[in-house]
Ligand binder design. Structure first.
Ligand code: NAD
Length: 273
């Protein structure tokens, strides 16, 4: 008899999470570990990745490793993958979750008319090129293993919707007024194209490729921003970071075995108006 509960188990599977040390990445890694996966926390922030991996081992009694990797660099990606395969025995789940605001916040949040090509390329090199490089390396590994796999890309509501500039008036976050830069929106829309492309391309190998699309998550934005943003949301509030995790677990697990090329939008109803 089919056990529907067992389909959600990730026991024995190996998950790679890029940007695993970030605000959402930490939650994604914890969820995967709680459901039994061995987890590779992949991040440019080596110390935080290692600290989180140690915590996963002690909190969930699973194998976990922190791996330092710049996903924008092919050699770094290849070295990361070979560490993961050696330490954990392969890869079954890839979560392309890393994103950057670049090394220069002022340049990242500059008005569109003033954005430099350097800044645009720096962000694309992580958000989109990075997902390309890691998917390519891990996809090859999954094909060689011959047991299928699940790839999940983290997009954003700004990959499917235009940004509403009005909600950023009086915003304060990361020590400054913020907005949604065009490169962020374009990179996140690009990830949805990559998702659909790879879902059909690798279907014959039983490698499923889907996306999750988070809405705005509360992480210390000021009251002005929180109020303006929440007023646009049917559910009337920002998301909590925990609320992004179950969509990932569903897509990572065999509970979604016939779902590929799709996008789960976790936005409190914003895109339903
Ligand atoms: N937080 C939100 O409100 C929100 C909303 C929509 C979408 N998202 C998306 O969710 C994902 C996670 O967001 P977050 O809020 O946790 O962001 P975050 O900035 O806290 O985490 C991103 C992580 O990626 C890592 N990273 C950056 N460049 C890297 C590189 N070159 N190689 C490897 N790792 C690199 C960073 O060190 C960081 O740990 C991102 O893709 C983001 O665009 C977030």
């Amino acid at each position: 008899m089919t056990s529907f509960r067992d389909k959600l188990s990730l026991a024995g599977k190996v998950a790679v999470v890029t940007g695993g040390a970030g605000i959402l990445g930490q939650k994604f890694c914890a969820g995967l570990a709680e459901f039994g996966a061995k987890v590779a926390v992949v991040d440019v922030d080596e110390t935080s990745a290692g600290t989180l991996a140690a915590r996963l081992v002690s909190d969930y009694s699973v194998e976990a490793i922190g791996v330092s990797c710049d996903i924008a660099e092919r050699e770094s990606v290849n070295a990361m993958l070979s560490k993961v395969v050696t330490a954990l025995g392969g890869v079954d789940i890839l979560h392309n979750n890393a994103a950057t605001k670049s090394s220069d916040l002022a340049a990242f949040f500059a008005p569109f008319e003033e954005v430099s090509l350097e800044n645009w390329r720096e962000v694309m090199s992580v958000n989109l090129d990075g997902a390309f490089l890691v998917s390519q390396a891990v996809g090859r590994q999954m094909i060689a293993q011959g047991r299928g796999g699940s790839i999940i890309n983290t997009s954003s509501i700004y990959g499917i919707l235009g940004a509403d500039k009005r909600i950023y008036e009086g915003s304060h976050y990361l020590g400054r007024e913020i907005n949604t830069p065009a490169v962020y929106a374009a990179s996140k829309a690009g990830l949805l194209g990559l998702t659909r492309y790879l879902s059909t391309y690798w279907a014959e190998h039983n490698i499923r490729v889907n996306a999750i699309t988070p809405g705005g998550v509360f992480s210390g934005q000021n009251d002005e921003f929180r109020t303006r943003y929440s007023a646009r949301i049917p559910m009337g509030r920002m998301a909590e970071s925990d609320e992004m995790v179950s969509a990932l677990l569903f897509l990572a697990s065999d509970a979604s075995s016939y779902i590929t090329g799709q996008n789960i939008v976790v936005d409190g109803g914003l895109s339903a108006w």
